[in-house]
Design a protein around this ligand. Structure first.
Ligand code: FDA
Length: 497
């Protein structure tokens, strides 16, 4: 409400924001959450809330007139198409050297992601978050995050026989024949529901290829977990289609927060101003970094320190496909939820998810999303000419990630006598090196903030999302983002309120 005075305002409703809202509410604090995306609680004309991956429509993309699918081509043909401009669910945000995919809506990235819920190996943790006590994380906060998110691993017996995981079994066979460990990857998808999908007794989601533009059934997004619990306390209000544009110290204490409300075409319909005693930046790595970089440069938060905008990484994301022999079909029915990965982190700096290619036809392709130890870090800077924020990531920096991924796939190709697919990311282009799904950093823990996310320079301002993590988690990031948020909010609730 315009003019309101709030004890706590949370910017964004992804993992960090949802954990903050839930724990603050449980401690008795009233919380206002502000989310630029839609609520995603109302079915469209087809009776479904979310669009299918194979049939993108207006619901699929954030304010674009043409789709920008991660796999831009198939069998040599471009597959992007025109769509009506709408506040859709997946943002393909373009910077000079990289496209950063992000979820938009109540639930943030949990709406669009694959639900792969991976806790890093403990021996890798010191490199991920050097200032954080590993004993506390592995003893308390990773277990708390996994329990809260509803993380589980596929029934291994079912995995062996399920038609929809033939692609994963082929991926395992090829990995193991080249001497690489294949590990099951836990997920927040309801595995019992998926069994029922396979049996044909419930409406299909993972087995209908739903993923990038939302899952209508089966996936435990934040809407079903932390956010449901947060709103059930009666102390949390969520305003969708509202975007925070400014935070600045208020004359009488606390912070003045400016918020634009807009309609589904993206047109601003109202501008509001509220005062908040505490503000939690949980707009995601890119959203939080852009806001803080601009607010520091334009003087609204000029006392923020010189670490703002720094330490951003792509979690080493690169994609590739391999062309299998005709005796190694990967199946026309592919569950959209990955179940396994190839772990060559210690030896080659790569952890490769065996990913689905749910086209509905036999493709003889194995498809992979690799997380690699790419050492490059980029910086956000304010651009006074455009009024926007730039990111200086260079496409050429992906070569480190490609080299790491090649430690796995060059070997598998040599062993199997197979080749890379060249038709998925353009014509004769092997590597999906133009994108990331895993933006991390920009307001790094213990650098831009203290060791619990309190922004230096301003009492009552906090960062509590992926912006805190300096660029890489060695595996998919949301469990670590959730666990770190649980750790930080526990400290904040205990000492700051
Ligand atoms: P997150 O991005 O979730 O939330 C930020 C929210 O803030 C968004 O809802 C955004 O709209 C909102 N916002 C931004 N600016 C705002 C403003 N100014 N005002 C108001 N609201 C604002 N990870 C993983 O571990 N396993 C996986 O399988 C996958 N798969 C995957 C697939 C795809 C396609 C994507 C795009 C991403 C993944 N990820 C993933 C990554 C994972 O989803 C991501 O790391 C987390 O969602 C990040 O959580 P945060 O809390 O940092 O922000």
């Amino acid at each position: 409400v315009d003019g309101a005075h709030l004890p706590a305002l949370v910017i964004g409703t992804g993992y960090g924001g949802s954990v903050a809202a839930l724990r603050l509410a449980e401690a008795g604090v009233a919380v206002q959450m502000v989310e630029m995306g839609m609520a995603w609680d109302t079915p469209g004309s087809d009776g479904k809330i979310f669009a299918n991956t194979t049939k993108p429509d207006n619901r699929s993309f954030w304010l674009r007139t043409r789709t920008k699918q991660p796999l831009s081509n198939f069998l040599g043909f471009p597959i992007d198409k025109d769509i009506p401009k709408y506040t859709g669910i997946l943002d393909a945000e373009g910077f000079a050297g990289i496209t950063v995919y992000q979820g938009r809506g109540v639930g943030g990235g949990s709406l669009v992601n694959g639900g792969m819920a991976v806790t890093p190996k403990r021996e890798n943790f010191a490199a991920i978050l050097p200032s954080v006590d590993a004993g506390e994380m592995y003893g308390t906060y990773y277990p708390r995050a996994n329990a809260g998110l509803g993380v589980a691993t596929i029934d291994p017996n079912w995995f062996e026989s399920a038609e929809c995981y033939q692609y994963a079994r082929v991926g395992r066979k090829h990995a193991q024949r080249s001497g690489f460990p294949f590990v099951f990857v836990p997920d927040v998808y309801d595995w019992d529901y998926m069994k029922q999908e396979a049996a044909g007794t419930v409406p299909k989601s993972a087995l209908a290829g739903e993923i990038l533009y939302g899952n209508n059934y089966g996936k435990k997004s934040l809407q079903k977990t932390h956010l449901a619990r947060a709103t059930a306390t009666g102390k949390v209000a969520i305003s969708p289609l509202h975007k925070v544009t400014s935070v600045a110290p208020a004359a009488g204490g606390g912070y003045t927060v400016r918020i634009d409300q807009f309609d589904t075409t993206g047109a601003v319909t109202a501008t509001k101003e509220v005062t908040a005693d505490r503000v939690f930046f949980a707009a995601g790595s890119v959203g939080t970094s852009k806001l803080l970089t601009r607010l520091k440069a334009t003087g609204a938060l000029s006392a923020l320190n010189g670490e703002i905008g720094k330490g951003w990484g792509d979690n080493g994301n690169v994609m590739c496909g391999r062309a299998n022999h005709l005796w190694d079909p990967t199946g026309s029915l592919q569950a959209s939820i990955p179940t396994g990965g190839i772990d060559n982190w210690a030896a080659g700096g790569a952890f490769a998810e065996v990913a689905p290619l749910p086209t509905g036809i036999e493709t003889y392709a194995s498809f992979y999303l690799s997380i690699t130890k790419n050492p490059h870090r980029a910086e956000f800077t304010y651009n006074p000419t455009s009024g926007g924020v730039d990111l200086n990531w260079q496409t050429a920096w992906k070569q480190s990630g490609i080299d790491a991924a090649k430690t796995i796939f060059d070997k598998i190709n040599a062993k199997e006598g197979t080749i890379y697919r060249t038709d998925l990311f353009g014509t004769y282009k092997i590597w999906g090196d133009h994108l990331t799904y895993h933006p991390l950093g920009g307001a790094v823990l213990n650098k831009a903030t203290d060791n619990y996310g309190r922004l230096y320079g301003y009492q009552g301002l906090y960062v509590i999302d992926g912006a805190l993590i300096p660029g890489n988690t060695s595996v998919n990031p949301f469990v670590t983002i959730t666990a770190l948020a649980e750790r930080n909010i526990a400290k904040i609730v205990a000492t700051d309120l």
